[in-house]
Design a protein around this ligand. Structure first.
Ligand code: MV4
Length: 449
């Protein structure tokens, strides 16, 4: 097992990794930017190293600083959390070259999953259903027109280096394609430094369903069921739950089996998520692989009882899957609300000082946060302040627990998404599990108070 882990992240996920390390008896190193000096990960870590100015490009994203901090403190592994360097194949390689274990998939798997057109074809070859689309990247306008005619409109142009919704363009008819193709390519170049794009049939009102998987270094993979993440806006998820109201046991077992086989085939290790879209007819298609631990991992932990962060660490240290995770029995239902520091009207980030902070408790409630009364939410990073997770024996019980926990969550001094969450949990479509990626469109105008 590792002796000391450097946590290359901040906020709630840094604290969550720190908790896992403490339980495993592993020493911790927190790295922090100048804006994060007075934070809980720094307070609770065994050692801490300031790695630069507030902006993440000057601190949490600076690979040489992160590696140096690990070397100076003699950490033998780095946990990257989510975001920042977590899916950076070059960083994983740099860790290996520096004799530091990267707690995540291999550089090769990270690289393959990062090229979305290649990941798509690899997963199709490994037996997952993919959205009808182009064979790899579409090099020019003429082939884009030909491919779109073959696929049938509407089509979606996606950046090969994309993900998370960046660099996408919807095209409803032939006439729009040339301009959209050019724009998509230049946006992709701008955002990712690579203009490559590919085409898919555009599914207009899909659900987002994702499978949680764990793999060891010896080729064994298992899945831990799925999460429904359809409630999102501008590609930021707001509410996630497990299991999905759209899957039954048979569908789950059937798809889960194929997820496991596909990840085994590409040699995937560590924690990973396989994202799917489900169209209005219930057909399911592979979308992408998130090669990291995700923000919403707690809903799976609540339902399965498996500590995903501890599992990630033990798998990275070389323990076999059957020793890390026994037989998994899923129980009940869990829902997560992401509480962001944001204006409920405009959804613009709303940093500031938290003046009052009191988290709810009681049966079935978990709060993952690094916030505290008097904490400053800096403007430099994402606006997640707390994750409120409710678990119950049934979806109804999880919802009832979530509603009372939202009512008893005191968070003052900054604007947050708490009022929006209270409205979502009071919505009849939500209660009925009638969800798709347009669910929040109805709420945009009534988001306030
Ligand atoms: C799609 C799609 C419809 N059809 N692909 C958004 C994030 C990126 N990973 C892929 N995304 C989508 N891909 C096809 N062929 C719709 C989306 C999409 C979406 C997906 C999941 C959750 C929310 C979303 C919001 C807008 C668009």
């Amino acid at each position: 097992m590792f002796r000391k882990i450097l946590i290359a992240n901040r906020g709630e996920i840094a604290l969550r990794v720190l908790e896992a390390c403490k339980e495993l008896g592993i020493a911790t190193v927190a790295i922090y930017s100048e804006a994060d000096r007075d934070t809980l990960p720094v307070r609770f870590a065994d050692e801490s190293v300031c790695i630069g100015p507030p902006r993440s490009t000057d601190s949490y994203l600076k690979m040489p600083q992160v590696i140096s901090a690990a070397k100076i403190t003699r950490a033998d592994a780095i946990h990257p959390g989510y975001g920042f360097l977590s899916e950076n194949a070059g960083f994983a390689e740099l860790c290996a070259a520096s004799q530091i274990h990267f707690i995540g998939p291999s550089p090769a798997a990270l690289r393959l999953m990062g090229e979305k057109d290649k990941a798509r074809l690899a997963m199709a070859a490994a037996g997952l259903p993919i959205v009808p689309g182009s064979q790899g990247i579409v090099p020019d306008e003429a082939s884009a027109l030909a491919e779109a005619a073959r696929i049938g409109y509407p089509v979606l142009i996606k950046a090969s280096a994309g993900g998370g919704g960046r660099g996408m363009r919807e095209v409803f008819q032939r006439e729009e394609l040339p301009a959209a193709f050019d724009t998509a390519r230049s946006e992709a170049q701008q955002a990712f430094g690579c203009p490559d794009v590919y085409l898919e049939k555009f599914l207009q009102r899909p659900r987002h369903i994702e499978f949680q998987a764990l793999g060891d270094r010896y080729g064994k993979v298992m899945h831990l069921g799925e999460r429904e993440c359809s409630i999102q806006r501008r590609h930021q998820k707001l509410v996630e739950e497990s299991p999905s109201p759209a899957l039954d046991d048979q569908k789950r077992a059937q798809l889960g089996k194929r997820v496991v086989a596909a990840l085994q085939k590409i040699g995937y290790s560590s924690a990973g998520t396989v994202e799917f879209l489900m169209d209005e007819d219930g057909a399911i298609y592979f979308m992408e692989v998130n090669a990291r631990i995700q923000v919403e991992h707690p809903v799976t932990e609540m339902v399965t009882g498996v500590d995903l962060i501890k599992s990630q660490i033990r798998l990275a240290a070389g323990e076999p899957l059957h020793e890390v995770v026994g037989k998994v029995v899923s129980r009940g239902h869990a829902i997560e609300c992401r509480i962001n520091a944001e204006d409920p009207e405009t959804f613009a980030p709303a940093p500031g000082k938290i003046t009052a902070f009191q988290i709810p408790g009681g049966p079935g409630i978990r709060v993952d946060t690094a916030a505290y009364p008097g904490a400053q939410i800096p403007p430099y990073y994402d606006s997640l302040v707390a994750k409120l997770i409710a678990h119950g024996g049934s979806r109804e019980e999880a919802m009832a627990r979530m509603r009372r926990a939202l009512d008893m969550f005191v968070l003052e001094g900054i604007k947050t998404s708490l009022p929006l969450h209270r409205k979502i949990l009071a919505d009849s479509d939500f209660a009925a599990g009638r969800l798709n990626t347009h669910f929040l469109d109805r709420f945009a105008s009534l988001a306030a108070g």
